[in-house]
Design a protein around this ligand. Sequence first.
Ligand SMILES: [Zn+2]
Length: 307
Amino acid sequence: MKWLVRLGVVALLLVAAYWFEVLDGGVPSTSTYKTDIAGWRQLVAGDSGQLPTEVRIEFIGRDTMPFIAVQGGGENKDFARTRASFQLDGAAGSVVIDTAFNKEIAAKAQRVPFAFDEAAYARMISVMGVASVVAVTHEHMDHIGGVMSFPLPERLAERLVFTKQQFEGFASASKQQIPPAYAAMPHLDLTAPTRIAPGVVMIPAPGHTPGSALFYVRMADGHELLFIGDVAWAISNIRTPAMRPRFVEQFFMSGEDRAAVGDEVRALHDLSAADPALVIIPAHDEAYLRQLIAQGLLKEHFQIDGP
Ligand SMILES: [Zn+2]
């Protein structure tokens, strides 16, 4: 009988390990992460007349990954993961948020089979050339790649918001060479919500990476958006709420602060429940982003206007 008990113990341990690594996406019931939307609104209260009038998107790269790797305990189905870039357009010019990556890096980083839209990437680079501000949600290559391979770094550096946290996070985690212009430019020490353009507030959200940030955007028509980068990959993470499973953090990423991300997912879930009109925008959830296009909240393809 002894062997039967041992077998039972081993089976229980395996079940527990599977739950811990794959099924558990639990977030804390309360959060210490502050989402002070009243404070963000205050920072852009004087911007009327200068607020963005439309939000545009380019779907640059795309592959699929199992949804069980996106959300702990999630359904066994495919998740369409896009590499997108966003353009806020209005009287004050364009603000570009996130810049995907170029074809060479996409070919290395995306899962096979993948898609890459060269025309979309080219439109993004053109808009980056005239945008008043370019900023990224964090320093991973699928967000900062377009910045790193921009043809004239010294011209972009004048309009780039590169935080101290993103610069240091990129320098310590990436083997990529940083163009000298980005090393020499002033880096914003993002320790509190900061207005970076009319209607746009950048909010520190370290966890996924040291330099992770959210962008609160107030539109001229009164809509409010919150770009959350990779705090969560799918809108379902926020709605459930449930975070990435541990095995993804352990085997496919390095250095994610799980406790901090859990706090942020909880806080964003609670904020969204309290303020359902706020449009939460995760960076990679293609199906959801296409729903936002269908609802008229986003428009596909960037628009190039003069500086
Ligand atoms: Zn990403």
